[in-house]
Design a protein around this ligand. Structure first.
Ligand SMILES: Nc1ncnc2c1ncn2[C@@H]1O[C@H](COP(=O)(O)OP(=O)(O)OP(=O)(O)O)[C@@H](O)[C@H]1O
Length: 335
């Protein structure tokens, strides 16, 4: 066993002459949340299908292990350690939520009593007790997704793969799923999720890999990724046109100006030093901004910079930072 819940090197998969995964490396420490983020068709589901043993990687791929078990030599143990909830629900709509759960318990060869105990516990945990006796076809999207995840947890997997777990859910249901993920991780489960939603990756993931056209184009903590691209600035807003003009003169070409909104934007890295330089300059000009906000790029900026129009900018041009960057809110009102 290693302390890596998922480890894959040089993962390749092609269908015909279409290269879907072009040699990607993935490592996920146990007990963490990893998000594979990418646009439609990037190869996310294919990666999940390989890691969950549903599809075999192409020859020439490196080793792949899940739960510390090599997929090629110990697929059975790897399968026993993982659970997967795909984009297409495993829920059978014709039977009740409880029957779906008991079916899963049977598939895991649980004794009847044990199956009932686990089912009752999970239905309660996922707030499905009232609906347990109703056909799953009558469930809302959010309830169905909760049931789907609950069914996956019947086997108590160490590593849980969630393929786009909140696609199509309303905001409240998305937050419920996020809460479920947090609780699972607090209980020691490793979660590998794929998502197209930047806020989801930002909310949940310890580390994010951005997949585009079968390649990892950036990887790191959410903050690492936000520091990869330019776009940070201090925004100064004035209400007094004279103060605005005095500040604009003082900053000159160091700031971009919006004369109508009385706003100046001073590019910077969001560091304390950069902020101090802005404040010193305002003091020198004897003006006070009515509002000062520090903006660091958010994951939207990163995602579009790295994947726009499918024009992949190679990682070599944008080396991912491995140090832990200072945390800074996307838009933090300072004054
Ligand atoms: N069995 C298959 N046969 C042929 N092509 C496939 C197969 N499975 C996937 N592909 C192709 O591989 C590419 C990546 O698909 P995949 O489903 O992995 O992407 P994805 O990132 O999960 O996208 P989405 O967010 O839309 O689900 C797509 O172009 C898809 O058409």
């Amino acid at each position: 066993m290693t302390d890596m819940a998922v480890a894959a090197s040089g993962l390749r998969k092609s269908y015909g002459d279409k290269v879907v995964l072009d040699g990607i490396d993935l490592t996920v420490p146990a007990g963490t949340v990893f998000a594979l983020l990418g646009p439609n068709g990037a190869g996310k589901t294919t990666a999940v299908r390989i890691l969950t043993t549903l599809v075999t990687p192409d020859a020439g791929s490196g080793e792949v292990s899940v739960g510390g078990h090599d997929l090629a030599t110990d697929g059975h143990a790897a399968r026993a350690s993982l659970g997967v909830t795909g984009q297409f629900s495993a829920v059978d709509g014709l039977i009740t939520g409880e029957e779906n759960m008991l079916l899963m318990a049977d598939l895991h060869h649980m004794e009847r009593g044990e199956g009932r105990r686990v089912t009752a516990e999970l239905l309660a945990r996922f707030d499905l007790v009232d609906a347990a006796g109703k056909p799953a076809s009558t469930y809302s999207g959010g309830m169905r997704r909760r049931l789907d995840i609950a069914m996956t947890l019947v086997g108590a997997p160490q590593v849980l793969f969630l393929d786009e777990p909140t696609t199509g859910l309303d905001p409240r249901s998305r937050h419920t799923v996020w809460q479920i993920v947090r609780e699972l991780v607090a209980g020691g489960t490793t979660v590998f999720l794929t998502t197209q939603y930047l806020d989801e990756a930002d909310e949940l993931a310890d580390r994010i890999a951005v997949l585009d056209r079968g390649r990892i184009v950036a990887e790191g903590t959410p903050d690492d990724l936000k520091h990869l691209i330019p776009g940070g600035h201090v925004r100064l807003r004035f209400t007094d046109p004279d103060a605005y003009r005095a500040a604009a003169r003082s900053f000159g070409t160091a700031a971009s100006a919006d004369d109508e909104a009385l706003v100046l934007r001073v590019p910077g890295d969001g560091s304390q030093g950069a902020l101090r330089a802005v404040l010193d300059r305002l003091d020198d000009a004897r003006v006070e901004a009515d509002e000062l906000t520090v903006h660091t790029p958010d994951l939207d900026d990163v995602f579009f910079a790295l994947t726009t129009d499918g024009t992949v900018r190679p990682t070599a041009d944008r080396p991912a930072r491995t140090d832990t960057a200072d945390t800074a809110d996307t838009e933090e009102v300072v004054r």
